[in-house]
Design a protein around this ligand. Structure first.
Ligand SMILES: NC(=O)c1ccc[n+]([C@@H]2O[C@H](COP(=O)([O-])OP(=O)(O)OC[C@H]3O[C@@H](n4cnc5c(N)ncnc54)[C@H](OP(=O)(O)O)[C@@H]3O)[C@@H](O)[C@H]2O)c1
Length: 270
């Protein structure tokens, strides 16, 4: 933890905190987005309550959640269940959103921000998107002051898809990747937009995307080449809505951050 954050915490806990920082609970605080959001919020002078099982709080445990949300003003929900079973994910997202909403209301929370995906409503032939849409809808139904941030896939997505394709077995010299157009975004920009929605009283629902339209198979090929690996990518089938472009941003969308290729080449190599 940075010394700046330590100093902030000592200052707040001393009871003399006058800076206007908020008490923000981040559900999914240990995840890709949640961990970046926690750092950003603390660096901006907010007090962060971490909600994840690895940090001691399960969103499905209403009693533990009620304790964690004490004096919280804003909840940001960036949870994601482990595994890819769509029915289990729908069940998880709905219960998590209901618990966060009910316990948040009891605690006096004024604003709840949930992270969703651009185009989920256009992609209901894909089970995971059915679950994700149910997440946003349950938040809107249960949570006080609900706001939805919809973003395109994170820049980490092609790497995650490649990892999953390899883990699922099959040929060792090639992987099948679904052939879909997308416009990925830097996850650091997602964390920034979430903090904005959490703390700006005038903010409402928003959509966010990166600057460049790509094909997922090309990004996975580029990643493999960049890492110097010897693996062939076979374009594979996708749900009809996604193949037709449902993941691409439409309407009022904020474009932010570097394109995928610039992002990849700016990362520290391990
Ligand atoms: N991948 C994309 O490109 C993309 C694009 C747009 C939106 N999104 C959405 O963004 C959200 C966050 O994604 P991410 O990549 O940051 O997810 P992630 O890295 O998988 O993190 C998920 C977080 O949820 C927590 N969690 C899981 N079960 C929990 C439980 N029962 N109680 C409390 N916390 C729990 C995990 O912590 P523990 O395991 O420690 O509990 C972890 O902190 C997801 O809802 C995803 O659908 C993703």
């Amino acid at each position: 933890m940075s010394s700046r954050r330590d100093a902030w915490k000592r200052f707040c806990h001393s009871g003399f905190c006058q800076s206007g920082g908020m008490r923000i609970a981040v559900a999914g605080s240990s995840g890709l987005i949640g961990s970046q959001l926690c750092r950003l919020a603390e660096d901006a002078g907010h007090e962060v309550v971490r909600v994840s099982r690895s940090e001691g709080v399960d969103v499905l445990d209403a009693e533990a959640l009620a304790k964690a949300l004490s004096r919280v003003e804003v909840v940001v929900d960036v949870t994601r269940p482990a595994g890819l079973d769509a029915d289990a994910a729908r069940e998880f997202f709905t219960s998590a959103a209901r618990n966060l909403g009910v316990e948040g209301r009891r605690a006096g929370v004024g604003t709840t921000v949930v992270l969703s995906i651009v185009g989920v409503d256009r992609g209901q032939d894909y089970g995971w998107y059915v679950a994700t849409l149910a997440h946003a809808r349950a938040t809107q139904e249960w949570a006080p002051g609900a706001r939805v941030l919809r973003t395109t896939q994170f820049h980490e997505f092609p790497g995650q898809v490649l990892e999953r394709a390899q883990a699922s077995g099959g040929r060792r010299d090639s992987v099948e990747i679904m052939d879909v157009p997308m416009q990925p975004v830097d996850s650091a920009e997602v964390a920034r937009a979430l903090l904005d929605l959490a703390t700006d009283p005038a903010a409402g629902d928003r959509q966010l995307a990166g600057p460049r339209r790509e094909r997922l198979v090309d990004l996975v090929r580029d990643l493999i080449a960049y890492e110097g690996r010897d693996l062939t990518v076979r374009p594979g089938p996708a749900p009809a809505s996604m193949a037709a472009g449902s993941m691409l941003p439409q309407g009022d969308v904020t474009i932010a951050g570097p394109d995928w290729h610039t992002w990849l080449r700016s990362r520290p190599t391990s």
